[in-house]
Design a protein around this ligand. Structure first.
Ligand SMILES: CC(=O)N[C@@H](CCC[C@H](N)C(=O)O)C(=O)O
Length: 375
């Protein structure tokens, strides 16, 4: 069998975008099929996979979810095992997440516990979101695979290996994508009066969007509006007839999300009038907040505290989004951060997680599951 380090590096080489994880799916399936099969049930779903390890008694089912998709980021790590897929990278650590899931699967196949274990390899976390449709599919087609409790982790570049961090209750924000197309009239650079310049319209709208948090929202309600991509025009001496803003907005509560959405709509309408243009607005995909179960998260942190190789931290909430929130909406569970000690953050082209997390986190989670086994 391949070493977990090799598995992480193999997966790092083949990042694929949401719902295109064909090679990843085949690779994972190969790793799963090389295990002793007598306790396993393997059910594919789109590019994802659900694997159940039959427990000795099966009193309850403990779930573990990993995301499997990469990002549209050209890798700049210079690693020997860097991405072989042009313009795509595992820049959010899902290669590490998958490796830990395979390691846990091996652990529970070799040494089953009383409870069933269900491992969910979920596509498209970065977008368009695999958790919601996967949850709905499980409910309608395989309710027997729905865990009673569910857990997942996300790599945390800012912590050293051996640190886990989470909090009872709200951990991550509600999120929505944001795509704005501005359509005006292209024209000669020397004749602005005969064109409708979408670079100026987009730049003005971009700045106005930044006033939503500072001037529309209650300062006591945390929120963020980020435009990550702005494109406009064709060449240097043509006035741009088309521009596009792409971003995301996030808030800790649903009501604030609605206020932001309405304000974006009114700023777009105002821009249409001010710049005599047409705007097409698309809110893309929305993710439900990540809300940890209060009791399970408290117990998880208590377990971390007594583990001599672990530093358990009660962390603050973050504006990160995670569609694992859709699982937690209906199943009690916990999402936690685990340190990978990288100077470069999530979604950075040079993100290089410390692989020591693999040998640390698998026994930690396995012993936690053995602790809550049959409880
Ligand atoms: C952990 C992480 O980085 N998650 C992503 C989730 C993306 C959600 C969606 N595509 C959006 O941009 O709103 C994040 O950006 O937080």
């Amino acid at each position: 069998m391949k070493s977990l380090l090799d598995i992480r590096r193999d997966l790092h080489r083949i990042p694929e975008l949401g719902f295109q994880e064909v090679k990843t799916n085949a690779y994972l399936l190969e790793r799963i099929l090389e295990l002793p099969q007598d306790r396993l049930t393997i059910i594919p779903w789109k590019t994802g996979i659900v694997v159940k390890v039959e427990g000795l008694q099966g009193n309850k089912t403990i779930g573990w979810r990993t995301d499997i998709d990469g990002l549209p980021i050209p890798e700049a790590t210079g690693l020997a095992f860097k991405s072989e897929h042009e313009g795509q990278m595992h820049a959010c650590g899902h290669d590490v997440h998958m490796t830990i899931a395979i390691g846990l699967l091996r652990n529970f196949v070799e040494n089953p516990i009383n409870d069933h274990i269900v491992i969910i390899f979920q596509p498209a976390e970065e977008g368009p979101g695999g958790a919601f449709p996967m949850r709905e599919w499980l409910k309608s087609e395989h309710p027997e695979l729905i865990p009673d409790q569910i857990f997942a982790f996300h790599i945390a570049p800012e912590y050293p290996v051996g640190t886990v961090a989470t909090r009872p209750g709200l951990l991550f924000a509600n999120t929505s994508e944001l795509f704005i197309d501005l359509i005006g009239t292209e024209g000669h650079a020397a004749y602005p009066h005969q064109s409708r310049d979408m670079s100026i319209a987009a730049a003005t709208l971009l700045l106005q969007l930044q006033t939503i948090v500072s001037r529309t929202l209650n300062p006591m309600e945390p929120a963020v509006v980020t435009i990550g991509k702005m494109t406009s025009g064709t060449v240097q001496n043509i006035i741009s007839g088309k521009a596009r803003l792409e971003g995301t907005f996030r808030a800790m509560d649903a009501e604030t999300m609605t206020i932001i959405k309405e304000k974006i709509e009114s700023l777009c309408r105002a821009t249409e009038i001010a710049f005599d243009c047409e705007i097409q607005l698309d809110f893309g995909f929305t993710y439900y907040q990540v809300k940890n179960d209060e009791t399970l998260a408290t117990e998880f942190l208590a377990f971390a505290e007594q583990d001599s190789s672990t530093n358990g931290i009660l962390c603050g909430a973050a504006m990160t989004g995670e569609d694992f929130g859709f699982f937690l909406e209906e199943i009690p569970g916990v999402l936690f951060w685990a340190g990978v000690d990288s100077p470069y953050g999530l979604h950075h082209a040079k993100l290089n997680p410390n692989e020591a997390i693999i040998d640390y986190l698998i026994p930690f989670v396995a012993s936690y599951f053995r602790e809550i086994d049959s409880k």
